[in-house]
Ligand binder design. Structure first.
Ligand code: BES
Ligand code: ZN
Ligand code: ZN
Length: 495
């Protein structure tokens, strides 16, 4: 999809899109067109049943007196209400969606009443994010089933400014699409080594990539991660990616991702129904990789390290058993009571590794960690847990700005106690279903050293969507890439 910013001169043919408020009033340019059409436009609008509700769109065809084939009307909501950037993005997504539905290949959008250039650029971003498709395995696709919207012109008051800002958005769009691709790929294509290879390829962008295999991890004593991996034919990988765009002496900020390329549950095997979803149990790692790609592409002025723990969790004759005791890299021992609570085991070693190796000031980890997260927050909000309220607040604020919603949940010694084991330093499940996402976060916190700021984002409910919404076509969302890019830019980059 090509996007261009143009001046407010109205086009002379084709399909245009126009804003309409919820009292059915038009923007200034729309009013001009209405006059030109001798009010046929407002008549068509009132007959269409369209209500101008925010984030909605409808199609009017061949309105008398106007030279356009079609007019898409876009709901702007209440006149006078200031819209957030993320709302403009969703409106952009609505345009793509309606063009899709009506097989429209090119549209000229009249954005004469956006608050500022940033909002127009967000609109374009939303249009593009909604355009994502993963169709590489559809070999019998008919041309009419293919995405056909290829061109969007945004007519704005300050096209040069918008065009410049738009060019800078490419890095984040590419990163989101990379992450969505990785999450969508099936587990026979994306497994620890193939995903590590994708990370390795990022060294082209000036990222320093280091990959540890089985032997290196064994030598370091990463018994928690290796215990999960031991049932699979696929060798586990631990990937560390460094971006050094800040001052030489600046302590890095670290992002750590859960990368279970397939989670069958292991010997504590999951039910068959829906097990295919567990190909996306590596979403946390794909977000970290996408984020590192975005930061490098836009040459972020900050030191960042990304660490992803990549394993496949399978049942087999060599798989770990419920009841096994493993020794983590930190030295703490863990009684593995349920082999399906594997994400916390691999993160335990990855978190320790990033601290030993890179001494970060702050760590943010992302993981599709618990089904309980979906029970508590559903598919709308990710859960944030933190040992420092400020980082939780910063993450939530950054998320709000890009439309990735997060909710702060508590940590507490009372929950922590639930993870004590009779025969090891801790067990990997609490043993009751109560507060499952919190007890998982408490487990992770046992691997954070005193003085390191840390937040954990449980993205189990938000990494995949079963229905289309304005900026997320159904499938992988890449939730976290844009929020964390914003988090880094807003709170950590030196300008
Ligand atoms: N990957 C799952 C969590 C998950 C479930 C993510 C559904 C997305 C959708 C995780 O490894 C897991 O299986 N967790 C268990 C933990 C339990 C055994 C304490 C769970 O949530 O059931
Ligand atoms: Zn699991
Ligand atoms: Zn899992």
């Amino acid at each position: 999809m090509q996007i261009e910013f143009k001046s407010l001169t109205l086009p002379s043919h084709g399909t245009i899109a126009l804003g309409v408020y919820d009292d059915l009033s038009l923007t200034a340019k729309g009013q001009d067109l209405n006059q030109q059409s001798k009010e046929a436009l407002t008549k068509a609008l009132s007959l269409s049943g369209f209500k101008g509700k925010a984030e909605s769109a409808a199609l009017l065809v061949s309105v008398a007196g106007l030279p356009f084939d079609r007019i898409i009307v876009l709901g702007l909501g209440k006149k006078g209400d200031k819209k957030k950037a993320s709302q403009w993005a969703r409106l952009g997504g609505c345009v793509t969606q309606i063009c899709y539905a009506h097989k429209i290949d090119s549209v000229q959008v009249i954005l004469d009443e956006v608050e500022n250039p940033e909002c127009a650029v967000e609109f374009a971003l939303g249009a593009k994010l909604r355009h994502y498709r993963f169709d590489k395995y559809l070999t019998q696709q008919k041309p009419e089933d293919k995405s056909n919207i290829v061109y969007v012109a945004c007519h704005v008051a300050n096209p040069e400014k918008c065009q410049k800002a738009w060019e800078q958005k490419n890095s984040i769009i590419d990163a989101v699409f990379f992450t969505r691709d990785m999450v969508t790929e099936p587990a026979n294509i994306i497994y620890p080594k193939s995903l590590a290879k994708k990370a390795q390829e990022m060294s082209n962008l000036g990222l320093n990539v280091k990959i540890l295999g089985n032997d290196e991890m064994k030598a370091l004593g990463m018994g928690a991660l290796l215990g999960v991996a031991q049932g699979s034919e696929h060798e586990p990988q631990l990937v560390a990616i460094e971006w050094r765009g800040g001052k030489a002496d600046q302590q890095p900020i670290a992002f750590v991702g859960k990368g279970v390329t397939f989670d069958s549950g292991g010997i504590s095997i999951k039910p068959g129904d829906g097990m295919e979803d567990m190909k996306w149990d590596m979403a946390g790692s794909a977000v970290v990789l996408g984020l590192m790609q975005a930061l490098a592409a836009r040459k972020a002025k900050v030191n960042v390290v990304g660490v992803v723990a990549l394993v496949e969790n399978m049942p087999s004759g060599t798989a770990q058993r419920p009841g096994d005791v493993v020794r983590s890299y930190s030295g703490q021992t863990i009684e593995v009571l349920n082999t399906d609570a594997e994400g916390r085991l691999i993160l335990a070693d990855a978190l320790w590794y990033v601290q030993e190796q890179f001494k970060p000031s702050t760590i943010v980890d992302l993981a599709t960690l618990t089904g309980a997260m979906i029970i508590s927050l559903g598919y709308e909000y990710a859960g944030v847990f933190a040992n420092d309220k400020k980082i939780a607040d910063q993450l939530i604020e950054a998320g709000q700005e890009v439309g990735e919603k997060m909710w702060h949940l508590p940590l507490d010694e009372a929950y922590n106690k639930e993870m004590n084991s009779d025969i090891a330093d801790m067990k990997n499940i609490s043993g009751t279903r109560a507060a499952g996402s919190i007890t998982a976060a408490q487990f992770l916190q046992r691997f954070i050293k005193d003085g390191t700021k840390w937040a954990h984002i449980d993205i189990a409910g938000v990494s995949w969507t079963k229905k289309d919404s304005p900026i997320y076509p159904k499938g992988a969302t890449a939730f976290g890439v844009r929020a964390l890019d914003q988090f880094v830019e807003k709170f950590y980059e030196s300008n």
